[in-house]
Design a protein. Structure first.
Length: 331
């Protein structure tokens, strides 16, 4: 459990926040913009730690970061994927709180400064905030009362992205990202992290700018990339289901909700991204063998109840296969 006295004791010697920036084969100008956004925040040099993990890029961006040499810790490793890059950052981090940032994105000030204000005043285990697809965001913020992570996941859906939260490093324990998962690694990490948090504050502040471009993780629309993304999603769902079986009842029920939500999203994405009826039928059969289908009969959300009923019959699935690909799908 969090000990306020020990936190105060190390306040002078520890950075308040460690920013772990994963970078791989991107234009250095993107990384520079990312770092500039971190330096613009309401943190002194002593309060921040910026760790850039270069995951074996073909060319190091170091020479393009002139003027930032004293502001960052730059680590270069053999290519192993974003999970291994973030895990290296976690092993290196010394801050009381941790924030993940992808090298092609940035944090939006003053929205993120609002999250820092929550950290300073409430001293929570986590602050969950929103992301934006544009850098221009509203400045009116609404924050929830603090609540436990298990209670949060019992009663509402969450953002799976590990980049849309700032969290206390002490709640990590032995939690890391699973190596080898290139798409959806956050979806396995984030719900487990939330379940470890005793005090969570949610805010509607749009503090993270997700830059959409052709080189982004979900920007690749090739058949090979889509199938890899779906395979990784399926593996994450399996992993979370296995982990939930060993948890106490409250945490297990909370995580089962997230597993059901991810399974729904997985089926949905098979339909709209591949438009392959045979693949859908095969994966439904696989999910059934794994105890993941039919979707649990729970009143999570209106969308979930509707989708569960439609997918539970062959007629409903046939309708979805014909209609969902015709809708305008947001990435």
């Amino acid at each position: 459990m969090y000990n306020q006295q020990s936190d105060t004791q190390f306040q002078a010697s520890q950075p308040l926040v460690t920013f772990i920036v994963a970078y791989y084969n991107l234009p250095p100008s993107m990384l520079r913009a990312c770092i500039d956004s971190l330096l613009a925040l309401s943190l002194s040099k002593e309060e921040r730690e910026i760790i850039v993990i270069d995951d074996g890029s073909e060319k190091s961006p170091w020479e393009e970061l002139t003027g930032h040499e004293d502001e960052i810790i730059y680590l270069r490793k053999q290519n192993g994927g974003v999970s291994s890059a973030r895990n290296m950052g976690l092993r290196t981090a010394t801050g009381r709180y941790i924030q993940f940032v992808d090298g092609d994105d940035w944090l939006i000030q003053p929205a993120y400064d609002h999250c820092l204000d929550i950290v300073r005043s409430e001293q929570p285990d986590m602050v969950l905030y929103d992301f934006s697809l544009t850098p221009d965001v509203p400045s009116n913020y609404e924050d929830s009362a603090p609540l436990g992570g298990t209670s949060l996941m019992h009663n509402q859906n969450i953002h799976g992205s590990a980049c849309t939260c700032i969290f206390r490093s002490s709640i990590l324990g032995n939690l890391t990202f699973t190596p080898g998962i290139s798409y959806g690694e956050d979806e396995e990490f984030t719900p487990q992290l939330i379940l470890r948090a005793e005090k969570v504050v949610c805010t509607n502040a749009k503090a993270y700018y997700y830059r959409k471009h052709g080189q982004s993780a979900i920007g690749n629309k090739s058949k090979e990339a889509i199938l890899q993304r779906l395979n990784n999603n399926h593996q994450v769902i399996r992993n979370l289901k296995q982990k939930s079986a060993t948890m106490p009842t409250a945490e297990r029920v909370a995580l089962e909700r997230r597993v059901a939500q991810l399974t729904m999203d997985y089926i949905y994405n098979i339909i709209v991204l591949t438009r392959d009826g045979h693949l859908l039928d095969n994966q439904i059969a696989e999910l059934r063998k794994e105890g993941l289908f039919p979707l649990p009969n729970r009143d999570y959300t209106t969308k979930y109840k509707w989708f569960r009923r439609m997918t539970n019959t062959s007629v409903g699935r046939a309708i979805l296969k014909r209609t969902l690909p015709l809708w305008k799908i947001e990435d």
